[in-house]
Design a protein around this ligand. Structure first.
Ligand code: MG
Length: 369
């Protein structure tokens, strides 16, 4: 999508985990100076295929960290899924690279360390997540002290109107059938449990320095309003566009300018309506857990995220039922002794602890079933 922005935007470096073919295809198209491949076998293949082309191949997670610090990079678009993206995000900020952040887990796990570090290094963090891009843009309409609340919209996922027992026993196929967005498996399942919105609530608190009681969540099935900001006079500013990730990605890259977009445009020649409804925390406990985690803070963001990553993996491999994902996360949170002012090492330790604890609950569930 970057070609239409003209010659001042160039791809300097690309990364992949195991999808070597896709990476090589993009190398042919964008001619980057470097690539990083984090999975062993894929990395060997990439090195073989790129021999003699002048493209430098960085190896493994350590190589990725080295690559994002290159001097010829202006902006790092961080879009690795999960806590696995953390080291590269921190390395980019340490090196003073502007950060276009799609890896919400970096803030959920380690916002308490990442945000002060970015301030210290004077590194701007530009949100790529569509909801946060919307809030970021709406915030331009008023001053900091004039904000009453941010309102995160959520599509509600495939089980928006499903009864509890249907949600409990949903299959992988059901969970991957998202009504409005085409995304990777992890985020699609997170969208079905609403843990995606849980992560986004915490992400919003860090990005915009808002307490959780100033961030509301509303279900909006059409995914046309990407989020809103209400100001103290009662004005609510919303960001609307058809659901297309190219819009927020582009804005993160061109900010503070705007450039011609190539996404679908809002078509008002056809009749359509926009619907809003409050979220049901009984059917989607992730929302309740998110407010608790955001309020109590400390190591809990890392714990919620890690437990969820383990539970999603267990569901995907058929070990637990869909409804047990949030149960596993809740049990792990309940067992955690919160550390109030964690450093990065404490957060990574909390992440490891939560994966082990969640996996123990998963094994116990497996025996019981
Ligand atoms: Mg989002």
């Amino acid at each position: 999508m970057i070609e239409h922005l003209g010659p001042s935007y160039q791809v300097t470096a690309l990364s992949a985990h195991s999808q070597c073919d896709k990476l090589l295809e993009q190398v042919r198209r964008y001619r980057p100076a470097a690539v990083a491949v984090t999975e062993d076998e894929a990395c060997q293949r990439a090195a073989q295929e790129l021999k003699g082309t002048g493209v430098r191949v960085y190896k493994g997670p350590a190589g990725l960290v080295e690559m994002v610090q290159r001097g010829d990079v202006d902006v790092v678009l961080a879009a690795i899924v999960g806590a696995a993206g953390l080291p590269a995000v921190f390395a980019a900020v340490e090196a003073g690279q502007s950060l276009a952040l799609a890896n919400k887990e970096a803030l959920v796990v380690a916002g308490s360390v990442l945000i002060p570090l970015a301030r210290e290094r004077k590194v701007p963090i530009l949100p790529v997540d569509s909801e946060h891009s919307a809030i970021f843009q709406a915030l331009h309409c008023g001053k900091r002290g004039e904000i009453r609340r941010a309102i995160l919209t959520a599509s509600g996922g495939p089980f928006r109107n499903a009864p509890v027992d249907k949600i409990q026993n949903a299959t992988l196929e059901d969970a991957l059938n998202h009504p409005t967005w085409r995304m990777g498996n992890k985020i699609t399942i997170d969208s079905a449990t609403m843990f995606n919105k849980a992560l986004e609530l915490i992400e919003a608190c860090w990005l915009f320095d808002l307490p959780p009681h100033q961030v509301d969540i509303v279900i909006h099935p059409e995914s046309v309003v990407h989020s809103m900001v209400e100001f103290i006079d009662g004005s609510v500013m919303a960001h609307l566009s058809p659901p297309d990730m190219r819009t927020p990605i582009q804005y993160a890259l061109t900010y503070p300018e705007r450039a011609d977009g190539i996404s679908r445009r809002l078509d008002l020649k056809q009749a359509f309506s926009l619907n809003f409804q409050p979220p049901d925390v009984e059917r989607f406990p992730a929302i309740r857990l998110a407010y608790d985690v955001a309020t109590r803070g400390g190591t809990l963001g890392a714990v919620m995220n890690a437990a969820n990553e383990s539970a999603v993996a267990a569901f995907t491999s058929g070990k637990i039922r869909f409804g047990e994902i949030s149960r596993m996360v809740e049990l792990t949170i309940q067992e955690h002794e919160v550390q109030p002012n964690p450093g990065l090492d404490d957060l990574l330790e909390a992440d490891r602890w939560a994966r082990n604890t969640a996996n123990r609950w998963i094994e116990e569930t497996l025996i019981r079933n």
